[in-house]
Each structure stands twice: as structure tokens, then as C-alpha cells.
Design a protein around this ligand. Sequence first.
Ligand SMILES: Cc1ncc(COP(=O)(O)O)c(C=O)c1O
Length: 466
Amino acid sequence: MDAEGTSVALDEATLLADEAEYCSFGDTVHYLDPPKIFARCEGSFLYDLENRAYLDLQMWYSACNFGYANPRLNEALKRQIDTLPQLACQYLHTDRIELAAAIGRRVQQTFGMKGRVQFNVGGSQAIEDSLKIVRNASGGKSLMFAFEGGYHGRTLGASAITSSYRYRRRYGHFGDRAQFVPYPYCFRCPYGKKREDCGLYCVDQFARLFDTEYCGVWDSKVGVSEFAAFYVEAIQGTGGYVIPPPGYFEKLKQVLEERRILLVDDEIQMGFYRAGKFWAIENFGVKPDIIVFGKALTNGLNPIAGLWALEELISPDVFPPGSTHSTFSANPLGTAVALETIKLMSETDYEKITKEKGGYLLDRLRELKRRYPIIGDVDGLGMALRIEICEADGYTPSKAITDRMVDEAMKADLDVNGRRYGLVLDIGGYYKNVITLAPSLEISYEEIDLAVDLLDVLFTRVTAGR
Ligand SMILES: Cc1ncc(COP(=O)(O)O)c(C=O)c1O
């Protein structure tokens, strides 16, 4: 503000000095030094304070599946601002009911199961709500299975079922941490097997836990498991966009059904067509008992997350009013955008779009892999793709090269056809050596080509002299 109280655009150096002094570093990752400040966004691009363009290949960790500033979704938000922008969450409003019904019907059509939907604000909060439902339904059991490499959020309950101890280390144990089970990360099989002839040995290893009471999780006298649910991401997000092999989830689900353990499907990152289907788990032929969603439902506008659960787990008889609550859950701005997003998805063949565009991008990434030995693996399903960066042997993970790629990409000086761009990339993976690609589902083929050209320039740069 100046002396008259009008706001004055601050220069980047002043902003960064204020950030260093007044902003907690705890609520962001602070990977880049200096941190990057962006000023506007549109389509697949972010623009910095100097109006330099950055092609975004991660779209806010898949929260903006339908492109930045999507006009149709932005318009829904503006309309709602002029009608019912605020309403206490104890009252109902049309969009909230329609949204729950649309998601409920969608699950019913897809999986043939009846259930109910409830909302919260962020993904982690929806995960917390799911934990309540699971504990309640299992008579208060607090033990869960989850995957190594899995990520379910950073509130205390969600961190307990997220594999990284890093997120728990400073805060003590608030609840029971999950028992973490190896995920079928076939490029680096935890059991040293080969996908072609492993016979899904990893599921056999999990099933073995229930062979006798002495494995520690099963009371064979009464046939009861100590564990209430298995939390899964059908495709691991933060874990590096790892895609499980065919048959994996069917075989796992069989074990869970036999042992009466619920399957909780975290779709927060992979839902809403990121992986080519409305729910990523549809790719794998199993029915979840609970689905948790968030992120792209509002395309990154007013947040809404939530869950769908089987009727027997969530009916008002067993999960009565007030079981969960948050002031901003089902906020009318969020539900208006979410409902429009659901309409957009029902009117557009995203299954076809993501298959074609994702397939095209994957083919082009495979070309890059042939030319750069440091690319150990590329893979993808729908528009969730991965590039695993290694040393020159194509296998030893290289966090150093991956970090360099992300830093160089942020310099906004990658030259393609005489124009300079930046590239927004995200790092995931167990060894922090995977570039996880989540481009806008609305990205054009020209932009995909530009993305590959920019990656090409980047690979040339980081491999020079090696
Ligand atoms: C799979 C998955 N689950 C849960 C979460 C947590 O969601 P939020 O960050 O909205 O709390 C995330 C966020 O990245 C996620 O990717």
C-alpha cells in the first residue's frame, strides 16, 4: 500500500524478502532457490512476473485437469458468486444435493453399488473422514494396511497411513501407523522378480500374512483380521506414477474379501480421468468399498474433497448426523464448480481423449528414451505419465540429475524455434528421480510436441559433458 492506501505492485526482490521474513516455510516445499513467483495462468501455461511463459506438465499435482482458467468452469464460479456465494454448512443447497447424487449415480452405474457421498474441503480431510467411517464400521479397529510409496495427505491421521516417516518424525504418534505393504513397482521389483513370470508373487506374500495366527494380523480361531482396511492409490501419485501390472488388484481384492478387510481407494490425484477413466481403479477391474476424491473436482477453484462409501458403511443409522463437520465443507462456490466439472466430464469423451493424447505423448517419450540412456523407464496410463531418471546405466536412480532438470526448466530459457520457455515439472518416486507428468487433459497436440521438444532441450543440457 502507498500513503493513499492504494495497492502498489511490489518488485520480485521485495516480495522474496517479505516471504523470507514473514511466511512460514512449513506449508510449502521450498524446493527452488529462490522460490518462483507466478502472476497469471491460462490453458497449459503459467506466466511469471516478467510475463515469461512456462508450459505446465504437472497442473498443480493434477488439480487442474481441465486447464488453467477454464472459461466454462470459471463462469460457473462467477454465476454462483452472484446467486448463493455463502451458506452455513448446516443448511442444504441445490448444488450440494445434485453433486452428491451425480457422483452416487456414477458409482452405481460403474460398479453397480449403492452408497452415499459426503464432502469436506481438502483431500487430507476427506481421508480423515474415511478413517472415521472405516473405524466405525469395523467396531473401532484402528489398524490399516497401506502401500510403501503411498501418499494420503499430511494431517495427523493421513500421515499415519502415508509411508514416509519424514512426515511423522517431528510430531510423535497420534494414532496407529499403517502396516506398509510393498507396492508392485515392477521396474524395481521389491522381491527382485520379473513381471513376465512373477505370478504376482507380491500378492502371495501379502496373503501369507493370513496363513496362521503367528504372522501377526489374523486370529484364525475366530477368523478375524486385526486390520480394518487397505488404503490404496490405484496408480501411485507421489510414489512416482507407478502403474500396477495386470491382475494385481483383482488378486489383492480377493485376499481382502476373504479376510473381510475394506478396500479404500484414494482417487484424490488419479481420479477424474487423469488415468484415462473417471476413477483410476476402473482400469483394474475391482470394486472399492470407499472412494476418496478431491483436487480436480473443482479444477483447482474453491476446493471440495469428499468420499463415496457403500450404504452399509455410511447410512445415517450407522454414521449419524454430525459424525464429521467442517465450516467450509460443501461450500456453495465449490459445489457449483464441481457440478459443472461433472457435467463437463459427462458431455466430453475424456476416455477417448486421454487415451489418444496420452498414447501420443507416451510414444514421443519412448523416442526420447531411445536417445537418452539416463531415461531408465517411461510409462503411462491415460494422461498420468512417468519418466524415471537414472545414471548412464539406465537403472541407478539419479536424484541429482532430476533436481537439475527441474531447476533448469524453471530458468525459462529453453529455446524451441527461436522462442524461450520454462517448463513446470514435478518430482516423485521412491528415490525422488521420477518426473511425474500430469498435463492438462485439454492440452493441444502442438503443445504436446512443444513439451517433448522442451524436454529434449533439457535432456541435452543435463547430459552435456557426461
Ligand atoms: C493420492 C493423494 N491422497 C491425498 C492427498 C492429500 O490431499 P490434500 O493435499 O488436498 O490434502 C494427495 C495430495 O497430493 C494425494 O495425491
